[in-house]
Design a binder for this molecule. Structure first.
Ligand SMILES: C[S@@+](CC[C@H](N)C(=O)[O-])C[C@H]1O[C@@H](n2cnc3c(N)ncnc32)[C@H](O)[C@@H]1O
Length: 193
């Protein structure tokens, strides 16, 4: 099973018809389509990308299918997630999908960066409802990819006990395999320190 299929398989265990979900990196729309099909017509998908072309590709992919959720295409960085999401959805998002890096077949300059990714992840944690999940696929073979993956793993240590996570790095495969991180919000309680 390809890692992207594996991510979808895991997401399916946690997403239900009618859920509201976010694709943090629309790209060519594979993840947005998967989410829109999984939450169905009564669900809602918000999909972000900094590239108009990515949102166009995503819209074209989704519109070829019936019975998908309404999708909001947001031409903005995922680091604007909280500001761009209607308040009604804050604390009620069931899944947020990050598939990092660059848009295949496009300029490799429009790429996710550690600073904006960590900023978005922090916001994503606040937007999730109890039981919600964040999946992250971090590619390490391109310039800056390794640094981004390491920054995310360091950031995981800052999560409080409301969150559980696991990290999966395929062994004995390629020199720079993609890293898969899955975060589960097990509680929404306010923690007093
Ligand atoms: C690997 S692709 C995503 C693949 C996509 N999920 C799919 O299913 O086809 C990464 C995407 O992240 C986008 N991106 C880069 N920085 C971003 C940011 N700050 N906010 C949102 N998207 C960003 C790129 O433009 C690119 O389209």
């Amino acid at each position: 099973m390809r890692l992207t299929e594996r991510v979808h398989h895991d997401l399916k265990q946690h997403i239900h018809l009618g859920d509201a979900v976010i694709d943090a990196t629309a790209g060519n729309g594979h993840d947005t389509l998967f989410l829109a099909q999984t939450v169905g017509k009564k669900g809602h998908v918000f999909t972000f990308d900094i590239q108009a072309q990515a949102l166009k590709n995503t819209r074209q992919r989704v519109e070829k299918h019936l019975n998908t959720a309404p999708v909001e295409y947001i031409h903005n960085g995922h680091e604007q997630m909280q500001a761009k999401l209607p308040l009604d959805y804050h604390g009620h998002i069931q899944a947020i999908v990050f598939n990092l890096g660059y848009l295949p077949q496009a300029a490799h300059t429009m790429i996710t960066t550690p600073q904006t990714t960590l900023n978005a992840l922090q916001q994503a944690c606040a937007l999730l409802g109890q039981g919600g999940i964040i999946s992250i696929l971090a590619y390490t073979g391109h310039d800056g990819g390794r640094e981004e993956a390491e920054a995310i793993k360091q950031w995981l240590f800052t999560l409080n006990e409301n969150f559980e996570y696991h990290i999966e790095i395929p062994q004995n495969t390629r020199l720079s395999p993609p890293e898969y991180i899955f975060i589960h919000k097990i509680s929404s309680e306010v923690i007093h320190t």
